[in-house]
Design a protein around this ligand. Structure first.
Ligand code: ATP
Ligand code: MG
Length: 374
């Protein structure tokens, strides 16, 4: 799939911008604070229905305006018209072919993979960073997963507030069992799906890693469910949903008193992690910067293949400021791999880092103070 054209109105520092994109490589060049990241953010909002930079959506509205919108025509089997309208006075609107729709049917219309300097947190960051990566990915390809995840988050909030009160008001404990059941049922579905996806990502990221690394090391991605204490006990084959349900139910019983003492939920996929290993050594603890970067790139490329496998279409790739995080060799390798597969939208402060061949192939735009110039 690819974005044919894009229009922004009062989005961040853009008053009005509209542009036609190339199906292949698009390079956006501009100095700092001109609107490069804002543009990628706009595309991301069209993909995920919300920003990765802020939870306060009115921030997306240009200072002085009251309403922001992003629109795009996306070419896939059929052409889709997508729009997101954020306004100060009304609820956000998501439109597909001019019709308002729910986030669950909106997400998945335009699939994207985002790579920003912060993406290196995938290896270096917290378990929460890694779960977010996985969830953003799976939500785009699986609306059932997305809806289970939202239900799960509600269950978790309810259960946490009961647990918080239970220490002082013991009667609240009697209200826990229905929430325990839901936690176990939904939690099992979430863990099961994440494990499957990690298995697929491992398959593709190994192959990508071989292509982009000169070394002969083997990359492994292993899902780490909360109930495994010792990393040496992790296994690659996914657990069955029934098996997971039983483990969750059993652990809920075992940790009941501890959960009441601490006042929050200790069981479930919100405590899971993803482990990256290079030749069996934990990449987070032992990997060099270069090794960690290569692994993240391999993962990004694997995300592309996963989406292709699940949806029959490559996503649009958004790369923000790659020059700052990847050396020249890795950049060129990445762009040439992407070039054959996916529409790629790259921002940079400096075209000097790109080969002549790459510049000839690309459509190049300049961004100056919220204006996009061809
Ligand atoms: N709601 C808004 N209304 C108006 N301007 C905004 C709004 N939100 C952000 N900006 C402005 O947008 C500019 C930043 O744009 P952006 O983050 O896209 O820069 P950039 O080109 O990616 O820069 P860098 O190279 O430093 O990453 C800043 O000048 C900021 O003040
Ligand atoms: Mg930026």
């Amino acid at each position: 799939m690819y974005i044919r054209n894009l229009a922004l109105h009062n989005f961040r520092n853009y008053e009005h911008a509209s542009l036609e994109l190339s199906q292949g490589l698009n390079l956006f060049v501009g100095d700092n604070a001109q609107g490069k990241t804002n543009l990628l953010e706009a595309i991301y909002v069209l993909s995920l229905s919300k920003s990765y930079r802020t939870v306060r959506e009115t921030e997306l509205i240009r200072h002085g305006a009251t309403r922001a919108s992003v629109r795009a025509q996306v070419a896939k089997m059929a052409t889709l018209d997508l729009a997101v309208v954020v306004s100060e006075a009304e609820k956000k609107r998501l439109l597909v072919n001019e019709k308002s729709t729910t986030a669950n049917s909106f997400v998945g219309c335009l699939n994207t993979v985002l790579f920003i300097p912060d993406s290196l947190q995938l290896v270096k960051g917290s378990p929460g960073d890694r779960r977010r990566f996985l969830d953003v990915q799976i939500c785009q390809i699986d609306p059932v997963y997305r809806s289970n995840l939202l239900k799960y988050q509600r269950v978790l909030r309810q259960r946490n507030s009961l647990l918080k009160e239970a220490w002082d008001h013991r009667a609240q404990v009697n209200q826990l069992p229905p929430w325990d059941d839901q936690l176990a049922t939904l939690g099992a579905k979430i863990i099961r799906r994440r494990q499957e996806v990690v298995q697929t990502l491992q398959h593709y990221s190994r192959a990508a890693h071989e292509t982009i690394s000169d070394e002969r090391e083997e990359l492994s991605l292993i899902y780490h469910p909360f109930f495994i204490q010792d990393e040496n006990d992790l296994r690659e084959e996914p657990y069955g949903e029934g098996e997971l349900g039983s483990i969750l139910a059993k652990t809920i019983k075992e940790l009941r008193q501890e959960e009441i003492r601490r006042g929050y939920t200790l069981v479930g996929p919100q405590r899971d992690d993803l482990v990256f290993r290079l030749n069996q050594a934990d990449l987070k603890k032992y990997g060099s910067q270069g090794q960690q970067r290569t692994a993240v790139l391999a993962y990004i490329l694997a995300e592309l293949e996963l989406m292709y496998q699940e949806t029959g279409d490559y996503p649009v790739v958004l790369l923000d400021d790659v020059t700052s995080e990847l050396d020249w060799k890795r950049q060129m390798l990445l762009l040439s791999i992407l070039n054959e597969k996916a529409q790629t939208i790259v921002t940079t402060t400096n075209l000097g880092g790109f080969s002549t061949e790459m510049k000839e192939r690309a459509r190049i735009f300049r961004i100056e103070q919220g204006q996009i110039l061809p």
